[in-house]
Design a binder for this molecule. Sequence first.
Ligand SMILES: [Zn+2]
Length: 212
Amino acid sequence: MSDWAFYKTPKIIQKLFPDLNWKVNTNAKVIYPTFDDGPIPELTHEILNILKDFDAKATFFCVGENIKKHPKIFQSIIHNEHSVGNHTFNHLKAWTTSHDEYLNNVELCQREIEKHTTQGKKLFRFPYGQFNLKLAKRLKKENYELIMWDVLSKDYKTSISSNRILEKSIEKSENGSIIVFHDNIKAKDKILQFLPLYLEHFSDIGYKFKKL
Ligand SMILES: [Zn+2]
């Protein structure tokens, strides 16, 4: 993710790109947590345990090569009844990869996913949030739901403390928010600290956490 990233995706950006899903339109007290980049042995199970403590469901946007390396961990995500989505096979950057190569890489990841689940929905998230409209259109044609976010926790930024991440994540979340967390090594120490506090805060005021 780049430095231009906002904690809260501006409404104007959400409106400019209506083909992408930025949040769920609802008045209900529901938040949609998402975790990018796993599965990995160092963190995924711990995230699953934290989610279980709060009866929370989430969506995991997995990298194909990680699924291939850690199929058992991928299966535990599915057994815990979370959703899984495609995050390309090699965590590609859309702005520096040809469209054909990118789409093949997405397909490769999808094949890896479908070895383990028959989940009907095809969910996709662009690594680094890098997208362009042509690519988005081609993916939509292949029935991918393109999932962005309205809240970015910035848990991958080593310069930001976990307290600050917690504070901003709470401040920016609202009914129907799709929030991004990271199931990766960079985020590990912080996520283990703030994730239970984030979930506790919203559980205490009547929120549910659902998968996409
Ligand atoms: Zn990613």
